[in-house]
Each structure stands twice: as structure tokens, then as C-alpha cells.
Design a protein around this ligand. Structure first.
Ligand SMILES: [Zn+2]
Ligand SMILES: [Zn+2]
Length: 249
């Protein structure tokens, strides 16, 4: 009896360690034009969006997750000429861990689509390893960096999904992709002005609403517990209001 209880605790403690890292350091982009969250949200400068997904062979996101991301963005972005996701693979270099420098370097080598004319582009890299800031007890599932880029640590997502007491791969991938994209859209107070103050200052650019996609505990076991039920967290009204205030819908 005690052993079973302890095993349960081990699972919970392991899940407690899952977090996402959310970095967004500057507005630089492969193109020379300044890209801001408003470039995503409004149609003034860009009327369509291409999301370039580059995954290491064997670490592709599920089609369902990509469809979920597209639906999430279609509901919020004014892109009358559409949102398209293009995927292609890269050969593994056998890395078990990536630094931000590695990720930026791979982007420089491999990103094909540049924002031009009315077409905005974003780039998501799916890695076959973890993040360099991972520790034995702390795994990072995704980061947003620059103005249009994100990396998802797919190997870690696979490790932490699809099993007993774990969310499905689709639910975990969708949650992390949507959350990181939320940062690219300027949430919270991360380039998109707030209508009402709802920034959780203790936890950086996150939302104070514990049910919101942008709550910091999306990065902890609390959300993993919720995800097991199959629910993908959604933006709360404060976050949606911010997106609308800054050109979104
Ligand atoms: Zn975050
Ligand atoms: Zn929120």
C-alpha cells in the first residue's frame, strides 16, 4: 500500500518539475523590418502569416497540434489572406541539449521564409533534445525568443506525454505552442499594452488569472494535472482584451 502511494508521489513530483521557459529578448528578425506583436495582431502591415515549422527527424509535432495552433491564431489575428503552416525536417546532429545560441544558429542556417511585403513569417523549431538550462528536476518545454521565433523541446514533450498520469502529446504540444505564441503576441505586457493591469509581476510576463493560458503555473504540475483531462488552457478576458487593444480580434 505504501509503495503504491509513494509511486504516485513520484509521478506528481516528476511532473512538478516541468516548466516552460519564456524568453523574448528583442525585436530583431531575419528581415531588417521591425516586427512587433502588432505585426501579428493587425492587418495594417501584414495580411497573411506563414508559420515555418522545422523539426528534427522523428520529432515532428502532431498534425492535430498544428491544426490547434492555427485555430488558436485564426481566432485572434487579423490575417485576411490566411494563416499557413509549412513543415519540413532537419537531420539530427545528435545533440542532447540546446543553448539559445545553438537555436539561433540553426535558425540562421535553416529558416527559409522571411517576412516581406504583406506576408509575415514566424518560425518554430522542434528539438530532439532539451534546453541547456534543464536540470535533473527542471525541464523546459518551450521558449519564445526574438520577435517571431520559438523553440519547442519536443524530446522532453514526448517524454512527459502519452503515458499513465500524463497528458496526451497533442494536448501538451498545443498548450506549449499556444503559450509561447502568446508571448510573441505581446502577452503579458510584453509588447502589447494592457487594457487592465493583470501582469503577474512576480513571474515575469505572465497573467494573474490562474485559469488563463498565460498563467505562470501553465509551467507546473497544476497545469499538467488539468491537461490530463484533455483541456487545453485558453486566454482569459484580460489577455483577449489586450490582444484586441493592440490590433487583434
Ligand atoms: Zn511563459
Ligand atoms: Zn490572461
Amino acid at each position: 500500500m505504501k509503495i503504491i502511494v509513494n509511486l504516485g508521489l513520484i509521478v506528481v513530483l516528476t511532473l512538478t518539475t516541468i516548466i516552460t521557459g519564456c524568453k523574448k529578448d528583442d525585436n530583431t528578425n531575419s528581415s531588417s523590418q521591425l516586427i512587433t506583436p502588432q505585426s501579428f495582431l493587425a492587418a495594417d502591415n501584414y495580411t497573411s502569416l506563414i508559420i515555418e515549422v522545422k523539426y528534427i527527424e522523428g520529432y515532428s509535432p502532431t498534425q492535430e497540434s498544428l491544426d490547434n495552433l492555427k485555430n488558436f491564431l485564426s481566432a485572434r489575428l487579423n490575417k485576411p489572406d490566411g494563416i499557413t503552416i509549412v513543415t519540413s525536417s532537419l537531420t539530427s546532429q545528435g545533440r542532447t541539449s540546446y543553448s539559445l545560441t545553438d537555436i539561433r544558429y540553426l535558425e540562421k542556417l535553416n529558416r527559409q521564409y522571411k517576412s516581406t511585403n504583406k506576408i509575415l513569417t514566424a518560425y518554430i523549431f522542434f528539438a530532439d533534445g532539451g534546453y541547456i538550462e534543464d536540470t535533473e528536476n527542471t525541464k523546459i518545454l518551450g521558449i519564445a525568443y526574438g520577435a517571431t521565433s520559438a523553440a519547442i523541446f519536443e524530446k522532453t514533450i514526448v517524454d512527459y506525454s502519452g503515458g499513465l498520469a500524463q497528458p496526451t502529446q497533442e494536448v501538451l504540444e498545443t498548450t506549449i505552442m499556444n503559450h509561447e505564441f502568446g508571448h510573441l503576441l505581446g502577452l503579458v505586457n510584453n509588447g502589447s499594452k494592457m487594457l487592465n493591469n493583470h501582469q503577474d509581476l512576480t513571474h515575469g510576463h505572465h497573467c494573474t488569472d490562474e485559469n488563463c493560458l498565460m498563467y505562470y503555473k501553465v509551467e507546473t504540475s497544476d497545469i499538467i494535472g488539468n491537461l490530463i483531462g484533455g483541456n487545453i488552457p485558453e486566454l482569459d478576458n484580460n489577455c483577449i482584451n489586450d490582444l484586441r487593444l493592440n490590433g487583434g480580434k
